[in-house]
Design a protein around this ligand. Structure first.
Ligand code: SF4
Length: 489
């Protein structure tokens, strides 16, 4: 084992191309805590960096923060890091849900951090570096605790500046008060914790001081549901008048004329509205309205204030049939979404659907699915559950039909999420330009336009490090050409 106080922080190539150009908050906080514990974080971002070269650096520990979609890749990398003599540590939502089951799945990780456990993880890592060895329990943190915010202000300097869009993740709250039966958010932690407004403002000020104009993606589960806490943050942002534009998750139910106006004045440019389904008989959470009129009113209010709106749907929730998908499509047709997107339903560990499958008519087809669920992200043939009305392949077919209907009827851009919108705005683009490029046939796009649009659409990733390193520059060029063309019309 190497004997240096460096921690190698590893980000696998993300499964979705656009994520490669975004500073991830989990790794940012890992680096922030490492620094605060007197350690030196070294980033190996494998879209840009070579893992073999990274492993030649002096570091005793290799640390990962993984989601389900990069979990398979993370396991392989951790196994290689272990073979190269590193102690391997993993955290993130997927291992928080799996807990001890991680060890039934793989021996690639020496230590597993569960829940909001960075201070404890740093104590374990520094113990390893002092030669104390890996704690026998191999699990750090309980992951069953009440939601609590990180006390450190995020330090984003681990990310080299020119690789990424100037879009930064910021967290004002953690957790969710709702218990939507498909969602794991309430399982990861209990209740909601909200950051003191001054601390979030310190993060925002720090970003503006260091980087100038920035775009912020609030990663809160439901920013719009925070009531007076949100009002106070928005008022502070309006008063500070920082060069910051932002986007967040929200629910139509929460959008009032006053809130829409306040959000816009505080710099909100785009919202991701969680709708899931507009059909009676499909199980969504109580916080998700099924009334197209209510959704439409929220979208119109947001538009009045210049806020771009993405509506998100899940196809295949219990109760879904071909007819309910048609109902949802009929319900959303008159709503003036700028973008509509979604995905087939996936059963997740710890969710209400998983804990009471019989109640919701869910059949488990693969008894070991909890530890094998990540297989879905590279093997589409892996089938592990079915609802009373649909198999997973049927959900995928209906999802494909849903998408085709949105596109052929020109109801909205398909899956132009608020994050893609922020990336485009951050390179000087305008939303009308992007919407136009988004809907243009591939054959009518130049090479650069197609490259940028394909990455923003998450259709493709960039596997060549040199091409990836120049991608944000290409996006700048395409955005300014689009603006010039529009100005010349
Ligand atoms: S879907 Fe949204 S509102 Fe429902 S529990 Fe999850 S985060 Fe909360």
């Amino acid at each position: 084992m190497k004997n240096h106080r460096s921690v190698l922080i590893v980000r696998p190539q993300p499964s979705r191309g656009l994520g490669a150009f975004y500073r991830n908050l989990g790794l940012t906080m890992l680096a922030t805590h490492a620094r605060s514990s007197g350690l030196e974080p070294l980033l190996a971002d494998l879209t840009f960096d070579d893992f073999g070269t990274a492993l030649q650096q002096e570091s005793a520990v290799a640390a990962f923060s993984l989601y389900i979609d990069d979990f398979a890749c993370g396991m392989e990398l951790a196994a290689a890091a272990r073979q190269a003599g590193r102690v391997t540590v993993v955290g993130g939502p997927h291992v928080t849900l799996l807990r001890h089951d991680v060890f039934a799945l793989t021996d690639a990780f020496d230590l597993v951090g569960v829940g909001d456990c960075l201070p404890q993880a740093m104590a374990a890592i520094t113990g390893v570096m002092r030669g104390g060895g890996v704690p026998a329990a191999r699990i750090v943190g309980s992951g069953t605790g009440t939601a609590r915010m990180d006390e450190l202000v995020p330090d984003y300097t681990i990310w080299p500046e020119h690789r990424y869009f100037p879009v930064f993740p910021v967290e004002f709250s953690r957790g969710c008060r709702q218990h939507c039966p498909f969602c794991t958010d309430p399982v990861l932690r209990r209740g909601v914790a909200v950051d003191p407004v001054q601390r979030t403002m310190a993060t925002l000020r720090g970003l503006a001081d260091r980087y100038g104009q920035v775009w912020v993606r609030f990663v809160d589960s439901s920013m719009s549901s925070l009531g007076t806490d949100l009002d106070q943050l928005l008022d502070a942002m309006i008063a500070a008048d920082l060069p910051i534009e932002w986007a967040a998750y929200a629910y139509p139910h929460d959008i009032t004329p006053v809130l829409a106006s306040r959000m816009a004045r505080a710099g909100c440019r785009a919202l991701f509205l969680g709708i899931e389904s507009l059909a009676e008989g499909v199980r969504v959470g109580k916080h998700h309205t099924k009334h197209p009129g209510e959704v439409s009113q929220a979208v119109d209010l947001l538009h009045e204030h210049g806020i771009f709106v993405h509506g998100n749907f899940i196809i295949g929730l219990p109760g879904e049939t071909r007819r309910t998908v048609e109902q949802t499509l009929a319900g959303l047709a008159p709503i003036r979404f700028d973008s509509v997107g979604g995905s087939p339903f996936f059963l997740t560990p710890g969710s209400t659907f998983e804990r009471r499958p019989e109640k919701f008519g869910i059949r488990i087809l693969d008894p070991a699915w909890r530890i094998r669920q990540h297989i879905n992200f590279y093997d589409p043939a892996h089938e592990y559950f079915a609802t009373a009305t649909l198999t997973q392949p049927q959900m995928k077919v209906l999802h494909g039909q849903f998408r085709r209907h949105i596109e052929t009827e020109h109801l909205a851009c398909w899956n132009l999420s608020d994050y893609a919108a922020l990336c485009w705005l951050s390179v000087g683009g305008s939303m009308p330009d992007l919407a136009q490029l988004w809907q243009r046939p591939d054959g009518e796009l130049s090479h650069d336009q197609r490259l940028v649009v394909d990455v923003l659409k998450e259709k493709t990733g960039l596997t060549l490090p040199r091409q990836a390193a120049g991608f944000v520059t290409v996006a700048h060029r395409v955005a300014s050409q689009s603006r010039a063309r529009l100005a010349g019309l």
